[in-house]
Design a protein around this ligand. Structure first.
Ligand SMILES: [Zn+2]
Ligand SMILES: [Zn+2]
Length: 204
């Protein structure tokens, strides 16, 4: 790393000030605690240790002969401690990107299956799988609508369209438009497909 983040630089500045004046800056502890959110506890612990040493007047532990030298000591320690944290964070970011890439590939593959699917059961099932994967893809999926029947959210980038009415099929209850829905529901709740079930309510 080349530049020290502002929050950390502030703590270093305040520790230098403390070292120089023997007067503890008022918000030093809060600022040290603030470095915790960067997820490098060894670093926060180091800052707190230096503060405690300065509080108990253990200046002799830091053999710096000048403000410049003391600052340099803090910055060198900082970089040494931060390095493994930075590497770990980078590895985590890479792993996350890889997971998202795989989720996107699966999501797209399901979309291709969806385009070929002909039965409502398949379309609902594929919509469900895509809905589950959506949050892991790293892509933003907008929910433009809610299902009139069960009020679940519907997204045009996730759910399948009904081949008959063209409405998006809810992956929670399997509804599309009011008209098509009647047929599907009975099939959906029985689990087994009834071969005598009419395709449209008009056929009844
Ligand atoms: Zn629904
Ligand atoms: Zn429909």
């Amino acid at each position: 790393m080349d530049n020290i983040p502002l929050e950390d630089q502030l703590v270093i500045d305040e520790l230098v000030e403390f070292w120089q004046t023997n007067d503890e800056p008022r918000n030093l502890t809060a600022h040290i605690r603030g470095t915790l959110k960067q997820g490098c506890t060894s670093l926060t612990w180091f800052f707190a240790k230096v503060r405690d040493d300065l509080r108990t007047d253990k200046h002799s532990k830091y053999t710096a002969s000048s403000v410049f030298e003391f600052r340099q000591f803090l910055e060198v320690e900082y970089r040494r401690l931060y390095q493994p944290c930075a590497e770990r964070q980078q590895a985590e970011a890479q792993a996350k990107a890889e997971k998202e890439r795989r989720a996107r590939a699966d999501f797209d593959a399901l979309g291709k299956e969806m385009a070929k699917a002909t039965t409502r059961a398949e379309l609902v099932e594929l919509g469900r799988k895509r809905e589950k994967l959506a949050p892991y893809t790293g892509n933003k999926h907008v929910y433009e609508n809610v299902c009139w029947c069960c009020h679940s959210r519907i997204s045009s980038t996730i759910h399948a369209r009904c081949l008959d009415c063209g409405w998006y099929i809810c992956s929670s209850c399997g509804s599309c438009s009011h008209v098509c829905n009647k047929t599907y529901k009975s099939v959906f709740h029985d689990e087994a497909v009834d071969p005598f079930l009419p395709d449209f309510p008009d056929d009844i």
